[in-house]
Design a protein around this ligand. Sequence first.
Ligand code: HGY
Ligand code: MN
Ligand code: MN
Length: 414
Amino acid sequence: MDARVLDRDLAAGRRLMARLEAFAGFTDEPRRLTRLFLSEAHRRAAHAFIGWCGEAGLQAKIDAAGNVVARYEGRRAGAPALMLGSHIDTVRDAGSYDGNYGALAALAVVETLHAREERLDHAIEIVAFGDEEGVRFRTTLTGSRALAGDYPEDALDQRDTNGVSMREALIAFGGDPEQALFLRRKGVAAFVEAHIEQGPRLEAEGLPLGVVTAINGATRFEVGVDGVAGHAGATPMNLRRDALTAAAEMMLAIEERARREPDLVATVGRLEVWPGATNVIPGHVQFSIDIRAPADANRATAIADIEDQMNAIAVARRVSTSLIKTHEANAFVCDAGIIAGLTKAVEAIGLSPRLLPSGAGHDTMAMGALCPAGMLFVRCKGGVSHNPLESITVEDCAIGLKALTQFVHDFRAD
Ligand code: HGY
Ligand code: MN
Ligand code: MN
């Protein structure tokens, strides 16, 4: 079944692709896209987004938590809002579409309304969240949790690798750490996030769009392993307390445990070794763990098993470990009404909707604490994401925008 994509839809898709390409130019690192929360690149991207919002008839600003928030009034001032958006921070060496697609597609919907001088019964609010990836301060979802009234105050004391606290960076960015605690929104009827799938299902089934049913729960840890630094040449193997080889055995145990269940995933994404010299036995290691599953109970059991295995390895290798939980979000079930509305919108443009879960985390998980929330997925090539090879076609870009626009028109705030 092919979507009824008209020339004007494709033109809108091309405009959105061009804007995504321009937006990818706001980066902290040359020749690759890295846009960390509250960085110079984030600030420049946020101000560009605010400028584009202004041209589209939205009132836009940076809020106390570092998000860009924008409002397009309905026919009557103060009407309940349908909130759209996604995140504009990225991982290191990111693709151009993770998060950015949803934020800029939301803006493109309003641009079309504004061009037609069209107003709806409901207002439309757009949010470009600033801290979904959680790369800089090892927090995550702080922007969406702020709007949901669940701001993690302890995150403000987190420091980046240069020792800058999130509190200091937020103030420098134009945010307000004290006010971030009081951002819980009123008047939001629903939240919908368009996002690339970041997985292979839609492409494997030849479908451009999916409607998300649920989002995996996730837990993140910081692990410290302490052994004894020593001379690489003079220390016999049986006398070593090598923090790195102990950590390596722990990582393989984590991988082996995750492999035991089809929907359980565990990742060690970051590893730091001290003192990091060729001729020194590592005395200290720091690494991250990211564990996810559709069912919270399975994730909890896997975490308990992994902790037991890490402790056993530490004892056997005479090292000590510390395990600090830095993030936890339970599995999120998308709102049935939003699923139905998105399904209807996808059918209205001539497609058969594919309902599917999300292995990746999203701001929608946090927004669900505020209002009915759900997601529209757009196919991405090979399911590749968190990688500069991430890509979507202009047709799928246009189809996703068309379905989102259809949903916005069909939506009725109760
Ligand atoms: O990690 C995630 O699932 C998301 O991309 N932050
Ligand atoms: Mn994302
Ligand atoms: Mn991501």
